[in-house]
Structures are given as C-alpha cells and as structure tokens.
Design a protein around this ligand. Structure first.
Ligand code: PEP
Ligand code: MG
Length: 305
C-alpha cells in the first residue's frame, strides 16, 4: 500500500491499510474541548468531570452540573463523548467528597469507591450528564473510574442505565481489573484503560513521586501484557477497548497499542495530530509486529538500563 505522508492526516484514525482506531481527546474544561475539536479529535474519550469542581466546597446541584457539562459537550454534537463520573480522591481531591483521613489515599476511598458510600451523589451526577447530553446533542457514554471487579462494574452499570444513559463503560486502571477484563466486559458496553493509574498500581510507584517516575513507563512489558489481556478480551467479546492514559499520546506507542487490539486512543489535544499521522503510516500487521517486540521487552523498545 502506498504510504500517506505524515502531514496528510485527514482526521479519521486509520492505519495505512484502513484499520480503524479512533483518535479522541482528553478534556476537563470547555477550553480543552474546543482545543480537542480544533485539533481534529473524532470525539472525546475521557472527560474528567472532577476537573470542573476542584475548587467547589459543596456538591454542585444537578442544574449547576448540567451547566458545567453542556458547554464541554457542545463542540462534539453528533460525535461520541465519554464522560467519566467523578474521580475524587488521591491526586484529585474534591472538598465535598473528602474521605476520612487515610494513610494511603491512592489505595483508599477514591473514584467509584466514593460512590458506594454516596450513591446519591452518583445518581445526581448521572442525571446531570443525561440532561447535558440532551442539551448538547453529543453522543454521550459514561464510564466509572477505579473499577476493581466485575461486580463493581455491574453496580455502576445499573445506576447509569437507570439514569437513561445508553452506553456504559468501565475504566481499567487497577491490575485486578485488567486480569478480570473479560468478566468486566460482560457487564458493560466498553472499557478504557487508564495507563497512568494502571502503571502506578502495577509497579507500586506513586504517579506523583519523581523518585520512582522511571518505573511509571508505559513501555514496560509488564504493563503492555496487562493491556494485551484487555485487547484480547475485548476482541473476544466484540466490544470496544480504548486507552485514555498518557501512553496514548506517544506516537510510537500508539502503534503498539493498536497492535494490542485497542480500538480507540484518547489523549491531550496537542498529541492528536501526531498520533493520527503516526497510525496512518503503518499497517495493522506492522502494529502487531511492533506490539510483539514491545511485549517481549526488545531493548530498542524499552530503553531499559
Ligand atoms: C489514568 O489513570 O490513566 C487516567 C486516564 O485517569 P487520570 O489520569 O485522570 O487518573
Ligand atoms: Mg486514573
């Protein structure tokens, strides 16, 4: 096949031989959403809703949440947007959902775990998301952060479907969830790997601590093997699996992730063009070969000392 030049990315994520891999934006504000749309994002793979309320002292009402979400969704009318429910705690504390003091906040009550204690907060957020989806015309899905088990995914899906949300997903960012990807996929419509936290928990290396930053490397074969489990499970279930952590923003790693079976990649807006272009220069077979090398820890791929 004739290869397309890097400068010619047309805004549709495909490999050189036409295999679709959606190129999506990560957003946390209206400004981010406009930047993602301007960069050519096909949609949003991660809307970090907690970013809207980092300075809120009390829980925003349904009306306030609706008003915060709708302008983020509007640039993507008619396009897919994955809204993540509040991921409060650890590196993203929210004053109105602060847990009791914990010795290890990254291992404590954060993400979906907050909702088990406060399902009323989750239900009000889901109501606001459904209303904002109507306001904006975006094709909205929701997904839960920090899912550990299939039972948790099922619990979340029950709440989201009761709120009238058509498509429901689970983030896979805990190693146990990667190992249970098949069972989780039976409960939801799609999964999205959060490689920032998945690396943190796989390597037991705090994502905020510079001293252990070299371990939080998404090229590490151990992390890629967990992503491979997700890709294989998704293919077997016939459901989509994306990556929405920083790993997706690396144009070479993006090829590996496509080779591992990921059907979408979501990244910060400045990476969208370069990742879209990178995918367009290689065939799916080349992505699979790159994935095999990286999984095996070929030195040229890991850069390991
Ligand atoms: C992740 O953990 O990879 C992720 C996408 O979520 P966040 O960075 O918001 O924790
Ligand atoms: Mg995360």
């Amino acid at each position: 096949a004739e290869r397309r030049a890097v400068a010619e990315w047309d805004g549709t994520g495909t490999t050189a031989d036409g295999h679709r891999v959606k190129v999506l934006g990560n957003v946390g504000s209206t400004a981010d959403a406009h930047a993602a749309a301007a960069a050519g994002a096909e949609g949003v793979g991660l809307f970090r809703t907690e970013f809207c309320f980092l300075s809120a002292l009390t829980e925003p009402s349904v009306a306030e949440q609706r008003a915060a979400y709708a302008p983020v969704l509007e640039p993507f009318a008619g396009k897919p947007v994955v809204v993540r429910t509040l991921d409060a705690g650890a590196d993203k504390p929210l004053a109105f959902l602060a847990p009791d003091p914990e010795p290890n906040p990254a291992l404590g009550v954060r993400g979906l775990r907050v909702a088990f204690d406060r399902p009323d907060v989750l239900d009000r957020q889901l109501e606001a998301i459904a209303l904002a989806a109507q306001d904006s015309g975006a094709d909205v899905s929701v997904m839960a952060p920090m899912v550990a088990t299939a039972a948790e995914a099922a619990w979340f899906a029950g709440h989201a479907r009761a709120a009238g949300i058509a498509r429901v997903g689970a983030m896979i960012e805990i190693p146990a969830a990667a190992l249970a990807a098949r069972e989780i996929l039976e409960m939801v419509d799609f999964v999205s790997a959060g490689t920032n936290d998945l690396a943190q928990y796989t390597f037991a290396a705090d994502r905020q601590l510079g001293a252990v930053a070299s371990l939080n490397d998404p090229w590490q074969p151990a992390l890629l093997r967990l992503l491979e489990l997700i890709g294989v499970a998704a293919r077997d279930c016939g459901k989509p699996a994306g990556v929405c952590g920083e790993a997706a923003a690396d144009p070479l790693l993006a090829q590996v992730l496509a080779g591992l079976g990921m059907t979408s990649l979501s990244m910060n807006p400045p990476a969208i063009q370069v990742v879209g272009s990178s995918l367009a220069t290689v065939t799916l077979t080349e992505c699979v070969i790159a994935a095999k090398s990286a999984l095996a820890g070929a030195p040229s791929f890991t850069g390991a000392a």
